[in-house]
Ligand binder design. Sequence first.
Ligand code: NAP
Length: 458
Amino acid sequence: MPIRSVNPYNNQLLKTFDELSDEQLDSLVVRAYAAYEDWRRLDYSKRSEVLKKVASEMRSKRDQLARISTEEMGKRFGESKGELALSVKIIEYYAENGEKFLEPQKISVKYGEAEVRNEPIGPLLGVMPWNFPYYQVVRFAAPNLMAGNVVLIKHASNVPQTAVSIEELFRAAGAEEGIYTNLLVKGSRVDRVIDNPMIAGVSLTGSVEAGRAIAARAGEKLKKVVLELGGSDPFIVLEDANLDKAVDYAVFSRMLNTGQQCTAAKRFIVSQKVADKFLSAFSEKLQSLQPGDPMDDKTTLAPLCSEEQANKLLEQIDQAVSSGAKVYTGGKRIKGAFIEPTILTDVKSDSPAYKEEFFGPVALYFTAQDDDEAIALANDSPFGLGGSVFTENPERAKRIASAIQSGMVFVNHPTLSSPELPFGGVKNSGFGRELSSLGITEFVNKKLIRLASVNDPL
Ligand code: NAP
């Protein structure tokens, strides 16, 4: 079966692509390794120049690129344009700051000199998801290219046109072939690339299942891995919160990209004192969203990325209900890949839904008597990616934020990504960090150089 690009809004087949053969795959890795030999020797300023050109290409082609991803994964056009603007910022951020982040660090020693240098390690494989198909790639590729590594991207099989368009940006920017390589293959072919001795490391953004498979394979080959996996972020609203704002952010955070976001708020934990008020306002706003063509600016509810994804979500809702949960709002298919925004209450702690990620517009709703119960509910999850706390009391916010087991906590704000903020999780949400100064040091050899004279003591 070829790789297919299908518009989830109307199920129309847009384009098909043949997968690369094993021989083509192997020769692209060889080409990437050859490019790496030149690229790693370039000055930072030269690498920065290439990245800035890529950013400029991306900025000038924003609408054209946004249309490609909207048409093949269903995101609202305005959101696709926003994703591209963020992607440009990330590339420019690393082009500007990469050298500074990787400066050698001097270590004070009794005699002679010592320093730690950050050296590239080689071609890296990035396995990417479809939900933010430009942003996910860029946050892996930009820092690693700045560090002197080269990247090969195996993008999700439902966004092949987006995948090809990113590679074309590098070509248009005049980057040497092999610096950035798109691998048109399905997930089942990833092992071959991981096994290739020229590949120095692997980064996956995707599901827990894919994370387990990729980490196991890379572990067998002793290759460094970064995993950005799923999440079921808590969104805690305390009785002293600005409730109107909290409701607006709850809708924003649950519904961005039609709920298909790793750091979307997925479990709403609300103080009993304001629970009824919050729930009815949240539900009313969710119900007001209007399904339609994601290319139309008036549309406020887009389809999921495919009918298959919608079927999976409906099955999860049904399972939750059959194990005791109640549907407060929504719960049904509108048509095709469109699902009603849904709130589930009374989700039992021994039901699968309690521990699962709902990758779509489904909110799990809980109430808490006090802060300790809110924290306990927040932490009773296999995931630990982001999380939010809404309160007007900063001390209370800090206490709760430090008790939450996750990689990121935002106070009075939804969990959002920005170039300068480290991004990543704990528990089943993965390990390693992307973005900020941390994201550029995951795949570097932190090499010690110790200078002494032969007459120095041992
Ligand atoms: P997915 O099914 O895991 O796919 C992600 C990528 O992994 C795709 O390129 C896929 O290829 C590949 N893949 C899947 N199984 C594989 C395997 N066994 N071996 C090698 N490669 C494999 O995830 P998804 O449905 O696209 O994305 C949704 C998930 O990603 C959610 O859990 C979400 O929370 C998570 N996510 C996390 C972050 C983060 O930063 N933490 C960000 C976004 C999304 P094919 O498409 O060819 O199958």
